[in-house]
Design a protein around this ligand. Sequence first.
Ligand code: SF4
Length: 149
Amino acid sequence: MEFTLNPCTFKYFLTKQLHKFNVEINIKLLPLCLVPYTKLSATFHLTHQCNLRCTYCYTGEKLNIPMSKATADKGIDFVFAEARKNGIEKLLIMFFGGEPLIEKDLLLHIADRFIREKGDIEVNFQMSTNGTLLRPDLLDELLRRRICR
Ligand code: SF4
């Protein structure tokens, strides 16, 4: 799992950087850490495998390493813990690959957990797909969870 750069990760990187810089720079940067943020995004890389072989692409069969369900569950737990600890109001969960629909069961499992456990947090989904594996029944499943619209 990989977090995109957002206020949470920015704060983390900034905190690390604070050890390197002098006090004067720290004081200038510190107010940025105090800006409240209410959104968090997280990207789940479900697999590096893809059913296409685009020549320019870094991924594909050579990196046929899917995410395990245990890893996905730990990732979900982590995202919820961070969100609740920081008073996050909106979560954006992104599915990425390779081709994420190769791992459609895992994708639906992750989406279902976020929907089931979100409480007051607004959860939205995005997916990066080549679209070749979309079939009517799978499309229905994705639409039902608002993974695509
Ligand atoms: S469809 Fe996307 S992930 Fe698949 S090989 Fe092409 S660029 Fe890479």
